[in-house]
Design a protein around this ligand. Structure first.
Ligand code: CP
Length: 296
């Protein structure tokens, strides 16, 4: 039984194995289910639409019994800790937990927990399943990660998506650069001017401004942000002809990206969301150590 906490805990072969399973779930193994029904809970201590409900969809498709926990109305409101909450779920029979929490690397508190934990996002730390669905989308497009150039643009310092994608692309032989306002640059993350990055990249990933993680509110108007750092139609016209647009979403239309580009022919933003279900099915299969028939 395998938890999934951070991309850096996976080998290249493990990443490629998850992507291979995800692809099979999209083609020949659409109806495959776990050999035993498993009891799974989704514990989201931060808002989520895509991650929460694509995990729920994946779990239902795999034949799991699914419970969706809300901190509101639970004993978290009486001061119960994350550890005691999770230990309770383990004690009452849950067999795997999907957890999103605002604290960076919250899972360090959970080392005594014996059931698999799947990290659905920890603060500004890691978002491994988002990264895996991004990787699947890139792989479907280019058939390789070797020498693929990825530009990640926006609020880099608060982005767990940027962090996980940097780790993955470096491991898999791709290249990553980062653009955006100077105050959101991150040490060790190679910076490139936004116009240069958009022309250089095979994959242009735009990020939402993570207002909920900012100590002070942003002074710049939305229109100014779009002009200075966003993907405008003028910038998109200078992308390579084969290059694609990604965004983890939720998208703030006309802030980090012109609304008309969200569903442009070279956008894969909604494809990423569909791929999220496939990748999460593969991660849950892995968590329970299940095999496809014939040991694939
Ligand atoms: N990409 C992502 O994590 O979206 P949600 O916050 O809606 O889950």
């Amino acid at each position: 039984q395998d938890s999934l906490l951070r991309i850096r805990d996976l080998t290249k072969d493990e990443i490629m194995g998850i992507l291979k399973d995800a692809q099979l779930f999209g083609v020949s193994h659409k109806d495959w289910q776990l050999p035993q029904r498993k009891l799974v809970a989704n514990l989201f201590f931060e808002p989520s639409t895509r991650t929460h409900y694509s995990f729920a969809s994946a779990e239902h498709q795999l034949g799991c019994m699914v419970e969706n926990f809300s901190a509101q109305g639970s004993s978290v409101e009486k001061g119960e800790s994350l550890y005691d909450t999770v230990r309770t779920f383990e004690s009452i029979g849950y067999e795997a937990l999907v957890i999103r929490h605002p604290k960076d690397e919250y899972f360090r508190e959970l080392e005594n927990i014996r059931i698999p934990i799947i990290n659905a996002g920890d603060g500004a730390g890691n978002h491994p399943t988002q990264c895996l669905l991004d990787l699947l989308t890139i792989y479907q497009e280019f058939g390789t990660f070797e020498h693929i150039r990825m530009a990640i643009i926006g609020d880099i310092s608060h982005s767990r998506v940027a962090a996980s994608n940097k780790e993955a692309m470096e491991l898999l032989g791709g290249e990553c650069v980062f653009s955006g306002p100077a105050q959101w640059q991150r040490e060790g993350y190679p910076h490139m001017d936004v116009d240069a990055a958009i022309e250089w990249a095979d994959v242009v990933m735009m990020l939402r401004i993570q207002h909920e993680r900012h100590a002070t509110s942003m002074q710049m108007s939305k229109a100014d942000y779009l002009q200075q750092y966003g993907l405008t139609k003028e910038r998109a016209a200078r992308m390579k002809s084969h290059a694609i647009i990604l965004h983890p979403a939720p998208v703030n239309r006309n802030v980090e990206i012109d609304s008309d580009l969200v569903e442009a022919p070279n956008s894969r933003i909604f494809k990423q969301m569909s791929n999220g279900v496939l990748v999460r099915k593969a991660v849950i299969k892995r968590a329970f150590g299940a095999e496809f028939e014939g040991g694939q």
